[in-house]
Design a protein around this ligand. Structure first.
Ligand SMILES: Cc1cc2nc3c(=O)[nH]c(=O)nc-3n(C[C@H](O)[C@H](O)[C@H](O)COP(=O)(O)OP(=O)(O)OC[C@H]3O[C@@H](n4cnc5c(N)ncnc54)[C@H](O)[C@@H]3O)c2cc1C
Length: 385
């Protein structure tokens, strides 16, 4: 059988693309090497899938070309996805910062996609491993279940994070085979490993903070770990963090700590006790121990007050690396957008070849943005095939 399109990867982007093409009466085959589709959707959002965000803007995405995502995101919006979720009677709620989660389970999103696939007559082959792709007149896809031929080939095989749920470098290999460049990849939305070790005494402690790297800044919680820092603000900044550049953390963003101490300069309280009014006690003890200034406020000199202020409002911390792909929610970088159409996701190097979802050099913030990119880029390709 000659398919109009063969989609490699039964994740969010691949299934969505197949549904859109199927609705337009295209004959579509999805090939997935796991025993079931959508395994990353199932584990996402702590099992409740943060399927989109109310406020999706191009600024929420990182790419060598920040304009590339605009067209696809404007043609399939979070509101469109919410309408689909409502149509399938999936209860959802806004957790925080516009993040929409399923009330019950991520499984509902996979079931929704499978129901849409059925009504669009999309064929799905699971436990099917692709061994090679060639193009003559059509695309030939060699698999563990035989050879399949398609007029179009959509690469929706995702990034490198979480190999245990099926991630491979397949998409990048196909891209290179057809002459595409790959923007260097690295794990992202991931915990960072501190130079010189983490904080055993503080591990598990979470505090609100403002975390900045370069021009990016996020005001959410950070979490101390045995090896470094995690928590939403750290995952967000991991998209922007560059090796050998320190990250700046403001542990009390609403307070000028030096000015506050100076105003209370006559106090007999020790620094650690004084700071415990504003910070968890364990943290204020650790900080003052490190600074060796744990004396009454009244005995502090001006430069000591400034040092304490800087340690809290502008803590400069260096990281040696990340916790790696096995812990990362996404892969930063990927198939260069320079050789893809932003309208359709089609390759400018090989007609009929498309790249969608995480395999492309478009990475979203934490908070439903990566799924929205999967839906929007899948929609763009599905309507172009
Ligand atoms: C733990 C975790 C939680 C997350 N939570 C969220 C969240 O709540 N909200 C959010 O927006 N994003 C979240 N993400 C990110 C989000 O899951 C991904 O960005 C999104 O799934 C990417 O969709 P995709 O279809 O491009 O790739 P994937 O979902 O990774 O799908 C690719 C598919 O291709 C298959 N595949 C790979 N190689 C081959 C091959 N050679 N042959 C056949 N099949 C192949 C894989 O098995 C996989 O099923 C999370 C990620 C992780 C790891």
């Amino acid at each position: 059988m000659l398919y109009d399109a063969i989609v490699i990867g039964g994740g969010a982007a691949g299934l969505f693309c197949a549904i859109e093409a199927g609705k337009r009466r295209k004959r579509v085959l999805v090939i997935e090497h796991n025993a079931e589709v959508g395994r990353k959707i199932l584990i996402s959002g702590g099992g409740r899938c943060n399927f989109t965000n109310r406020d999706v803007r191009p600024e929420n995405f990182i790419s060598a070309n920040p304009h590339f995502c605009k067209s696809a995101l404007s043609r399939y919006t979070p509101q469109d996805l919410v309408e689909l979720v409502k149509k399938h009677k999936i209860a959802y709620y806004e957790k925080t910062l516009g993040q929409y989660f399923c009330r019950e389970s991520s499984r509902q999103i996979v079931d929704m996609l499978l129901a849409e696939c059925r009504s669009a007559r999309v064929q799905i082959r699971t436990a099917c491993t692709v061994t090679g792709v060639t193009k003559a007149e059509y695309f030939e896809v060699e698999t563990s279940q035989g050879k399949f031929t398609g007029k179009n080939l959509v690469i929706a095989s995702g990034g490198l994070s979480f190999a245990k749920v099926g991630a491979t470098d397949f998409g990048y290999r196909v891209a290179r085979q057809f002459g595409h460049k790959i923007v260097e990849t690295r794990p992202s939305l991931v915990a960072l490993v501190a130079k010189g070790g983490g904080w055993k005494q503080l591990a598990g402690l979470s505090v609100e903070a403002e975390v900045s790297a370069g021009k990016a800044s996020f005001h959410e919680n950070i979490l101390f770990t045995h090896r470094g820092l995690s928590g939403p603000a750290i995952l967000q900044i991991s998209n922007y963090w560059k090796k050998d550049e320190p990250v700046s953390i403001d542990l009390l963003p609403k307070m000028d700590v030096a000015a506050r101490i100076a105003a209370d300069h006559t106090s007999r309280q020790t620094v650690a006790n004084y700071l415990s009014q504003f910070l968890p006690h364990r943290l204020s003890e650790q900080l003052t121990e490190r600074l060796k200034f744990n004396k009454p406020l009244a005995q502090l000199r001006r430069h000591e007050i400034e040092t304490i202020g800087a340690a809290i409002n502008n803590w400069q911390i260096e990281f040696s690396g990340t916790e790696g792909y096995d812990r990362a929610e996404v892969t930063l970088g990927g198939v260069s957008t320079a050789e893809l159409s932003s309208q359709t996701m089609e390759s400018k190097k090989a007609a009929g070849l498309y790249f969608i979802g995480e395999v492309v050099d478009v990475t979203g913030w934490l908070g439903g943005y990566n799924f929205q990119w999967a839906w929007s880029s899948g929609f763009a390709a599905g309507n172009a095939i």
